[in-house]
Design a protein around this ligand. Structure first.
Ligand code: ADP
Ligand code: MG
Length: 251
């Protein structure tokens, strides 16, 4: 039995390069809880994307394990891995990767049409619900190039949620967005975490990373910091004490 919902054990990734072996992840041990909003932060080249590719199964570790809900994902063969990923993970990238010939509605619905977990009626209802959740109901029938970058990313998040995966993983989802659009995207992840999704969001931006309940900092392929925010009380998060002072001071 593993201790965490996502359990990372002695994870190491070494790349062979023309100039020799390069250790991108040194030795990572982490346990992530269910429903946690985790941000992974670090400078460019610190190993964030490599780390995420180990969690999504997009790439295989050199050694070590990733257990998700007690399933050793790297012990799965390729076809089983793809199946597992389809059910368990919603993945979001920096460049939204929406299909340009489809409108947002069709983009969000597509994974449901492929997986066939829902009836046609459910697929249609769910597509609109997801577009509403990310604030795009009125843009449903526009093509990606007719909406802003932030709206495209919101649609990509809705698409990642199509088959209701318990885990969302995002690699620099705000990397291509301005500050305001980035905040809107972060708010969606916060909302999803409140609904019980487990979120792993990668960013190089300290300020955005601070939105996570837990922030893990990578440097040279090692965890150099692992910070947890206080638990929610009465359904409300007990934020840093300075926000309390701020409220009292202003009013
Ligand atoms: P980040 O996402 O934090 O910017 P990456 O995980 O993409 O960092 O990369 C970490 C390090 O591993 C970098 O030095 C990068 O050059 C190296 N790296 C990543 N992928 C490969 C690869 N396929 N082959 C060789 N080196 C790689
Ligand atoms: Mg990266």
């Amino acid at each position: 039995m593993s201790k965490g919902f996502i359990e990372i054990q002695n994870l190491q990734k070494v790349f062979s390069t023309p100039t020799g072996q390069f250790v991108a992840l040194q030795d990572i041990d982490l346990q992530l809880d269910k429903g946690q909003f985790v941000t992974v932060v670090g400078k460019s080249g610190s190993g964030k994307s490599t780390f995420m590719n180990m969690l999504t199964g997009i790439d295989r570790p050199t050694s070590g394990k990733v257990l998700v809900n007690d399933i050793d994902i790297h012990a799965l063969e390729e076809s089983k891995m793809a199946e597992w990923r389809g059910i368990n993970l919603g993945i979001v990238f920096q460049f939204y990767q929406l299909l340009p010939v489809m409108n947002l509605y069709e983009n969000v619905k597509l994974p449901m049409q492929i997986a066939q977990r829902y009836s046609l009626k459910e697929q249609n209802e769910r597509t609109m619900e997801l577009l509403e959740l990310v604030g795009l109901a009125e843009y449903a029938f526009k093509r990606p190039n007719r909406v802003s970058g932030g709206q495209q990313q919101s649609a990509a998040i809705a698409r990642a949620l199509a088959n209701d995966p318990p885990i969302m993983m995002a690699d620099e989802p705000t990397g291509n967005l301005g500050a305001e659009e980035a905040s809107a995207v972060i708010r969606i992840f916060e909302k999803l975490a409140q609904q019980g999704k487990t979120i792993v969001m990668i960013t190089h931006d300290d300020e955005l990373a601070a939105h996570g309940e837990r922030t893990i900092r990578l440097k040279d392929g090692l965890v150099v910091e692992d910070r947890m925010k206080p638990k929610k009380r009465n359904g409300k998060r007990n934020w840093f004490s300075f926000s309390k002072r701020d409220q009292n001071g202003k009013k």
